[in-house]
Design a protein around this ligand. Structure first.
Ligand code: PEP
Ligand code: MN
Length: 336
């Protein structure tokens, strides 16, 4: 059960609610986010929910049987739409294209990608400056220096930045230069990192773990939400399966099922989802048909030259065709 409290609840009113919960033997945890104040309650005894709903200081109340609570659609029926400012929103009715290289590599590369995005009206650029690599000998990113350079160019062009944060210690330094923090698949259950991102006033895109279930993904999101940050995007990026013909198995089902289970926006990453460039466009379109609220895709002027993930990175021409086809599909989807 979740109780949303009135923002100006009086101490006496709060005590009244706590007493009522004690009487039915429910345990309550107070959660204060950037937007609202809640009591997340767990218990078993049957009771009339209206008896608590009418108490002074209670704004809203719902039973939530899922073990993740605040991210559940049983708590919030309306879809969450995340406002990035200047008219840019992400969520139902506001499909977001996010594209850019796997890694930020150089000034020239950033200039080329920004020109491509601006020409195609894509307003969010992805790119890693701290890269989780399977081998310690691979390129591991330009770090803060690269992020500052990228930020200066992106700001001048009106482009937002989504980039991966790998450690709690990086958050404060990165925050002024980041519009959306990305949590990578390898960190999907790094609960210290998730807790810390709950205290940040920036949206967080949370990727599904390499072998993560949807329940694990939703509980990971609950960590961020219950620590104060409601602005979360979930991302399906493919999972490890027994199949070896492609890098990951993109779970198209996850898009449709997540949209039902949670009110949070659901983004698809077809690049990591299949890991093979020539198939990325059709997986991007399939995810759009399945109901995704946005796409996160790897693009590069010369994918063959990319310092990471070139094998799954689209050229500008290939990416442009995906944007065009996605926009056509969105028209169709609006009528479904
Ligand atoms: C990435 O987006 O470049 C990335 C490393 O993704 P993932 O965490 O999904 O592997
Ligand atoms: Mn990558």
């Amino acid at each position: 059960m979740i109780i949303q409290l009135e923002p100006n609840i009086q101490p006496g009113q709060l005590q009244g609610v706590e007493k009522a919960l004690e009487a039915i033997r429910y345990r309550a945890k107070r959660v204060t986010t950037q937007q609202a104040d809640y009591l997340v309650c767990v218990g078993k005894a049957p009771f009339d929910i209206r008896s608590i709903g009418i108490l002074p200081g209670v704004r809203d109340i719902h039973r939530v049987s899922d073990s993740y609570k605040l991210v559940s659609r049983k708590w919030r029926v309306e879809d969450t739409v995340i406002d990035l400012g200047n008219g840019l929103k992400v969520g139902t009715g506001h499909f977001a294209l996010m594209a850019g290289p796997c890694s930020i590599e150089s000034e020239a590369q950033v200039d080329e990608v920004i020109a491509h995005l601006v020409a195609n009206e894509v307003r969010i650029m992805r790119g890693g400056v701290y890269k989780p690599r399977s081998s310690p000998y691979s390129f591991r990113g330009l770090g803060m220096e690269g992020l500052r350079m990228w930020h200066e160019k992106a700001r001048a062009a009106g482009i937002r930045i989504i980039t991966e944060v790998m450690m709690v210690e990086q958050i404060d330094a990165m925050a002024p230069y980041v519009d959306i923090f990305q949590v990578g698949a390898r960190n999907a259950q790094n609960f210290n990192l998730l807790d810390a991102l709950g205290g940040v006033d920036k949206p967080v895109l949370l990727k599904r773990g390499v072998s993560g279930t949807l329940s694990e993904l939703l509980h990971a999101a609950e960590y961020i939400f219950s620590n104060g940050n409601e602005r979360i995007l979930l991302c399906e990026r493919g999972i490890r399966s027994y199949e070896t013909a492609y890098r990951n198995t993109f779970d198209i089902n996850a898009i449709a099922v997540l949209k039902e289970k949670t009110h949070l926006p659901v983004i698809a990453d077809p690049s990591h989802g299949i890991g093979i460039r020539r198939f990325v466009p059709r997986i991007a379109l399939a995810a759009t048909v399945a109901g995704a609220d946005g796409l996160l895709m790897e693009v590069h002027a010369q994918p063959e030259q990319a310092l990471s993930d070139g094998q799954q990175t689209l050229s500008f021409g290939e990416a442009r065709r995906v944007y065009e086809h996605v926009r056509e599909l969105l028209h169709l989807r609006a009528g479904w």
